[in-house]
Design a binder for this molecule. Structure first.
Ligand code: TK8
Length: 333
């Protein structure tokens, strides 16, 4: 054997020896997600699957199902609760029916940049909100970045608040989003992401809002002409495990999932930010007309959107609201 092969097989031997010694059974994990395989979400699920394989000596296998083939976020959540599906990733916004505190992340303009989001989500408050899932039958592993959301529509360039008037806008199935866009004058329609492309194509709705990455990977540019840079809210994704499945796992098996999730998070955030940095130019290239809002319009929008803040504080509890604000103060110095 060549030296390289020897060293390599030695290494592989080591990994599987560790996995062998550990208390790891052969496990099949069905992991569902909403976006296409060729998306930041799909790539990160692949990364997670590879890590789980590596850390478990290939005993634990992740089978990935993209493009909502296992159902919408809400349907997958139900499947996890019932134990019919082991894992998923989706927007925290779609979880508010199970854990109302998740609505804190829907606060318009909560974070000024991704660093603030990372610090709060990975810090004590983010952990505390994530931990609420457990008593409801879900285990939250890590937050991924969906990203800052921007507005698209097929009707007209939106450069002022008034331009939003009457636009039929799909929003996530979440009250904060519904109230926010009603406050902006849009005709907001809650709808699952899995139905969105068709709804845009058939003009059942005029517009939607999502990060550049998603507008690109879901090919919304094919059915949406206008994009307005609003960055109105930062959306996290959260990686979930069915508690029914989790309860069957040994400590070693749980550690495999936790370590793989942490690796996938770091990968996903890097990948998403790299893609977001060039995605807008690509969307222009694909024919979208991109509009920026001038400072006065941003202020007006911000003012209108923050009308919903009191409602959010009520929904999540004043204490949590204050804790997040305090944490942001600390970060901002
Ligand atoms: C994907 C969704 C998506 C979200 C939305 O399943 O619904 O608009 O941004 O990422 O969770």
């Amino acid at each position: 054997m060549k030296l390289k092969t020897l060293v390599l097989s030695g290494l592989i031997g080591l990994v599987s020896a560790n996995a062998m010694a550990a208390d790891i059974q052969s496990r099949m994990i069905r992991f569902g997600y909403g976006l296409n395989e060729d998306s930041n979400q799909g790539r990160a699920v692949q990364k997670f699957a590879a890590e789980v394989g590596k850390l478990s000596g290939d005993k634990m296998k992740v089978r990935a199902f993209g493009a909502a083939t296992l159902g919408s976020d809400l349907q997958m959540q139900q499947a996890l609760l019932g134990g019919a599906q082991e894992m998923m990733v989706g927007s925290t916004a779609t979880l508010v029916g199970i854990v109302p505190e998740m609505a804190i992340w829907d606060t318009p303009f909560l974070f000024n940049n991704a660093e603030e989001a990372d610090a709060v989500l990975d810090g004590p408050v983010g952990e505390q909100v994530k931990a609420k899932l457990e008593e409801k039958g879900l285990v939250g592993l890590v937050y991924w970045e969906n990203g800052f959301r921007n507005l698209t529509n097929s009707q007209r360039p939106v450069t002022s608040l008034e331009d939003m008037d009457g636009i039929r806008l799909r929003v996530m199935q979440n009250n904060v989003f519904l109230d926010s866009f009603k406050a902006l004058g849009a005709n907001a329609v809650p709808m699952a992401f899995s139905e969105l492309f068709t709804a845009l194509e058939t003009r059942t709705v005029d517009g939607q809002e999502n990060p550049y990455n998603t507008i690109l990977s879901s090919k919304f540019y094919e059915v949406q002409k206008y994009l307005t840079v609003t960055n109105h809210v930062y959306s996290p994704w959260i990686v979930l495990v069915s508690k029914k499945f989790w309860d069957k796992l040994s400590d070693d098996e749980r550690r495999v999932l936790e370590q793989a999730a942490a690796a996938s998070r770091d990968f996903e955030r890097r990948d998403t930010r790299e893609e977001a940095a060039w995605a807008l130019a690509e969307l222009k290239e694909k024919g979208m007309e991109v509009n920026e809002l001038d400072a006065a319009q941003v202020d007006r929008m911000r003012e209108r959107l923050t009308e919903v803040n009191q409602g959010i504080a009520k929904e999540v509890g004043q204490q949590l609201w204050d804790d997040v604000q305090a944490e942001l103060q600390k970060i901002r110095g």
